[in-house]
Design a protein around this ligand. Structure first.
Ligand code: GRG
Length: 297
């Protein structure tokens, strides 16, 4: 019998976060453009759950590799994710003033520098992977391609565009909402697991299992995000709550009610867990899937 999900997650964070934190900001410490470097470090260091990098390290471990083999992938994911949050918070997008419990990047550094900080982080995400000569060239290129697919217009950027366009629509149904969630949030979470598989040297079947698990886990993550936005508050979340309803946004709770959303969340988590069963070491990822479904932040 393994540990309960919360205890397992705590243990994983204790052993893997130091690996990540040791390198998280080192690429932004020396250079000429001091203010944009400061803005990038500000957003990276503002906190955050580090879900994507941790999932990447754990995915490598779940196929029997040393998690350190996936460290550049983990860094790339957190850079990419942080860029997306900075840009999402801009006045032209969600126009938020609070993120990770602190003033958003554009509030702290101005809009132009926030745009540049996001751009800089995005470029660095690909740079950190490309520069890691310890990764065999084929795996390196595959990981870069996965990140490009997940973050570009066929993934996160496309999802964000559909989400913004949807704000002007009277209504749309569950299928369209699933598409938005799959692209906007799901693609990068799915890539987190699949990049861990690739960097951990997994064979095709294990990689496929992690890709499928990641897709379900990504959907579950966004359903819980919808639920938290509807039921929690800024003090607990470190970002504004209730924004979806304020904007009349279509969400799982709006379409299915709170109970329906919770059922969909449980089902997506169960599906993720099923796909993890074929892995050599599924324990930690399973615990994380359950933990994330019940997260309060
Ligand atoms: C601006 C190109 C572009 C994309 C933005 C990721 C995204 C797309 C928007 C962020 C807004 C949002 C609520 C997206 C859903 C994904 C999500 C739940 C992000 C928050 O991720 P967490 O909870 O954040 O992992 P922390 O701060 O813990 O890292």
């Amino acid at each position: 019998m393994g540990l309960d999900p919360e205890a397992q997650v705590k243990k994983d964070l204790e052993r893997l976060l130091p690996l990540l934190n040791a390198k998280l900001t080192s690429r932004f410490e020396h250079g000429e453009a001091v203010k944009v470097a400061e803005a990038m470090r500000y957003s990276l260091e503002a906190g955050g759950k580090r879900v994507r990098p941790l999932l990447c390290l754990l995915a490598a471990e779940s196929v029997g590799a040393d998690p350190e083999m996936a460290l550049s992938g983990a860094l790339a994911l957190e850079y990419l994710h942080t860029y997306s949050l900075i840009h999402d918070d801009l006045p032209a997008m969600d126009d938020d003033d609070l993120r990770r419990g602190k003033p958003t990047c554009h509030v702290a550094f101005g809009e132009a520098h926030a745009i540049l900080a996001g751009d800089g982080l995005q470029a660095e995400a690909f740079g950190v992977l490309a520069a890691d000569a310890s990764i065999p060239a084929e795996a390196r290129v595959e990981a870069i391609a996965l990140l490009a697919e997940a973050s570009g217009w066929r993934g996160m950027v496309g999802g964000q565009a559909l989400d913004l366009e949807g704000e002007g629509l009277e209504t749309y149904g569950l299928d369209h909402l699933k598409t938005i969630h799959r692209l906007k949030t799901g693609a990068l979470l799915r890539a987190s697991l699949e990049m861990g598989a690739v960097l951990g040297g997994a064979d095709g079947a294990l990689r496929e299992a992690l890709r499928s698990a990641g897709a379900w886990l990504g959907l579950a993550f966004q359903i819980q995000d919808d639920i938290l936005d509807a039921t929690s508050d800024a003090a607990a979340l470190g970002k504004r709550a209730g924004k979806d309803a304020e904007k009349g946004k279509i969400t799982y709770p709006a379409l299915l009610g709170l109970e329906g959303a919770q059922r969909a969340l449980a089902e997506a988590t169960e599906n993720a867990s099923c796909h993890l069963q074929s892995l050599p070491k599924p324990g930690s990822l399973e615990a994380w899937a359950r933990y994330l479904a019940g997260r309060k932040v």
